[in-house]
Design a protein around this ligand. Structure first.
Ligand SMILES: [Zn+2]
Length: 70
């Protein structure tokens, strides 16, 4: 099943309001992207918690934005 526009927020159906679903799409997209580590330049950066990003390759932990490292 493929959804346009609603994208990953499609699982919510018509619930939770337009704004929340829109934000969810942004968050979900950023989560799927392989971010580059500023230290070893590998794309192995994962979001640990809000604003905290960690590189699974070199263990570099750094601060970034809540849902994206830069
Ligand atoms: Zn690294």
């Amino acid at each position: 099943m493929k959804t346009k526009k609603v994208d990953a927020a499609g699982k919510f159906g018509a619930r939770y309001g337009k704004k929340l679903r829109k934000n969810y799409i942004i968050v979900h997209k950023n989560k799927k992207i392989d971010w580059e580590c500023p230290k070893c330049l590998k794309t192995t950066v994962k979001r640990e918690s809000a604003g905290v990003w960690v590189c699974t390759s070199c263990g570099n932990k750094f601060a970034g934005k809540a849902y994206k490292p830069v």
